[in-house]
Design a protein around this ligand. Structure first.
Ligand SMILES: Nc1ncnc2c1ncn2[C@@H]1O[C@H](COP(=O)(O)OP(=O)(O)OP(=O)(O)O)[C@@H](O)[C@H]1O
Length: 402
């Protein structure tokens, strides 16, 4: 069990983690979710004794990491898969970690098999793809057969088969009674992998809930209601009528209203009784990704703005007849569209539903399947988001990472 109490970390004026308290229980996969820069890696580093809390504390089985006897046999971690000596082959990398922790050499071959790298164990890791590197990092975490496992964004760089493999591995480790704590910024992935969720934003706890509870709470249907654009009096009149009828009304970014607690026909009747015209009344289902994004809204460090392309407009330079297909200028607005999915000028953009499920593999062979056959060729191009920028070295040994 991992227990954090009032965990806080300041880096100079920057507060990376603030007053975080949670428990990560054995026998379950606990997803650690938060937008980029929300403090997930910092929290994991504090759990592993690689960073010292400014206040509060975090323990594993009642001990801080540094107090744990033979910590590498009790706790395994994947923090940054790239933190490997590139000139060393995979087997020697694992062998050196094993020797530091008194782990027998035969275990190295076992974990190479578990992650499907047995046939490339003698290849230098600098030639490894992102996905192979992740597998090597996972092998390092499994080396001591630990009861507690931490994985920071383990599916980064993995193709769909790799993602499925990691998902099944996490579940299997938890079913063996281990404590599995895995960070991600993808709710869709965590919804399929985790039993429990800890969500943080700007270093603070936003939710500590079971996945089932999160799904039940956030899978509610809602109605989108839209009054004529620019007619705020009509919008307010309808908002009051809906609130009086017991509905919860929230504004959407495009000016529509999101209504829960009042069925669609009743919304129509209420609008009619209040003499409010409707431009839209439609049923919707919130996706988990959307619920997560609403929860962490305002807690993101990095928000994009629409590119104004100041001084780079090329109106005079557009060739007669426009650009040929495939030769649009960078950032150009496609016909009738808007850059980066932003609503067009004055136009209505339907709400973007985030995909609820990560891509499911279609039965292709997994080149790294942990089978007798071992590695069967190079992986498909990575489909997952790029690796997190600031994670510390992967290690099963605190000394290694300092
Ligand atoms: N050593 C450091 N010195 C200064 N600031 C840091 C340091 N490590 C992290 N931070 C800052 O603390 C905040 C939390 O960073 P952290 O890497 O823990 O977030 P994260 O949730 O893991 O992000 P990501 O998903 O992008 O990896 C960020 O604003 C980051 O810039």
């Amino acid at each position: 069990m991992i227990e954090a109490y009032g965990l806080t970390k300041h880096y100079g004026a920057k507060t990376a983690v603030y007053n975080l308290s949670f428990q990560v229980r054995p026998g379950a996969v606990t997803g650690f979710l938060g937008p980029n820069g929300s403090g997930k890696s910092t929290t994991m580093r504090m759990i592993l004794g690689l960073d010292t809390p400014s206040s509060g504390q975090v323990t594993i089985g009642g001990h801080t990491f540094r107090q744990l006897p033979n910590a590498p046999r009790q706790v395994g971690a994947l923090l940054d898969a790239k933190a490997v000596h590139g000139g060393r082959n995979a087997r020697n990398h694992l062998l050196s970690l094993a020797q530091l922790s008194g782990i027998p050499a035969r275990r190295v071959d076992e974990v190479l098999g578990v992650v499907g790298l047995q046939d490339v164990g003698r290849k230098r890791s600098k030639g490894f793809s992102l996905g192979m590197g992740q597998r090597l990092g996972i092998a390092a975490a499994l080396l001591g057969d630990p009861q507690v496992l931490l994985f920071d964004e383990p599916v980064n760089g993995l193709d769909p088969e790799g993602i499925l493999w990691v998902r099944n591995l996490m579940k299997r480790l938890a079913s063996e009674g281990r404590t599995v704590f895995v960070s991600s910024h993808l709710m869709s992935e965590m919804a399929q992998t985790a039993d429990h969720l800890i969500v943080i934003g700007r270093g603070q706890l936003m939710a500590d809930t079971s996945v089932n509870e999160f799904i039940t709470q956030n899978s509610v249907g809602f109605a989108r209601v839209r009054t004529p654009d620019g007619d705020t009096a009509q919008r307010e009149k309808l908002t009051s009528a809906l609130a009086e009828a017991g509905g919860q009304v929230q504004p959407e970014e495009d000016g529509a209203l999101r209504v829960t607690g009042v069925p669609l026909p009743r919304i129509s009747d209420l609008a009619h009784a209040a003499d409010v015209r409707l431009w839209e009344l439609s049923p919707h289902q919130a996706s988990l990704e959307e619920a997560y994004m609403r929860m962490t809204q305002g807690a993101e460090d990095y928000r994009s703005t629409v590119d104004q392309r100041s001084g780079l407009q090329m109106a005079a330079a557009v060739p007669q007849g426009g650009f040929p297909p495939g030769a649009m200028p960078p950032g150009a607005m496609p016909p009738g569209g808007a850059p980066y999915g932003a609503p067009g000028p004055g136009g209505y953009a339907p709400p973007q539903q985030a995909p609820q499920q990560a891509p499911q593999p279609q039965g292709q062979p997994d080149p790294y399947a942990a089978t007798q056959a071992g590695w069967q060729g190079p992986p498909a191009p990575a489909s997952a988001p790029p690796a997190a920028p600031t994670a510390p070295p992967a290690t099963t040994n605190p000394e290694d990472a300092r």
